[in-house]
Structure formats: structure tokens, C-alpha cells
Design a binder for this molecule. Structure first.
Ligand SMILES: [Cu+2]
Length: 73
């Protein structure tokens, strides 16, 4: 089943950040859509709960050098 979450991600400042955050999340099996709001410092992610989870997604984004804070469903 597809789950939609919104993560607060700090450290994103330009289109290149948007690209690396998007690509790192999309690289995970089960992530279906990633929508980055640069102004809001947030990332909306749709993923298949049976294939991945929020922790893995947050980790993938953090590996790119960004900080993942709060999230909401
Ligand atoms: Cu950047």
C-alpha cells in the first residue's frame, strides 16, 4: 500500500540539492514519488510500505549531507 509522508529537510539550498535529494530517495526500491519544496524545506514522498520505510528514506537523504527533522503523515 502506498503511504505518503512529508519530511522536513534542512540544508537544501539550490536545484542541485533538490536533484540529489530526489535521486537518493528515488533510488530506493519502493519509493514511487518525491516532491521537494525548496522554499518550504520539505520533501513529500510516496512509497510502498511493503518495500521500504521512513527510516531508510531518511537515511538515504542524510547520506547526501542533509538533515532530516520532523515528519508528518
Ligand atoms: Cu544545492
Amino acid at each position: 500500500m502506498t503511504k505518503q509522508i512529508q519530511l522536513q529537510v534542512s540544508g537544501m539550498s539550490c536545484q542541485s540539492c533538490v536533484k540529489s535529494v530526489t535521486e537518493s530517495a528515488m533510488a530506493l526500491d519502493g519509493v514511487e514519488n518525491v516532491d521537494v519544496s525548496l522554499e518550504g524545506g520539505s520533501v513529500e514522498i510516496a512509497f510502498d510500505e511493503s518495500k521500504t520505510d521512513m527510516g531508510s528514506i531518511a537515511e538515504a537523504i542524510e547520506e547526501q549531507g542533509y538533515e532530516v527533522g520532523m515528519f508528518q503523515e
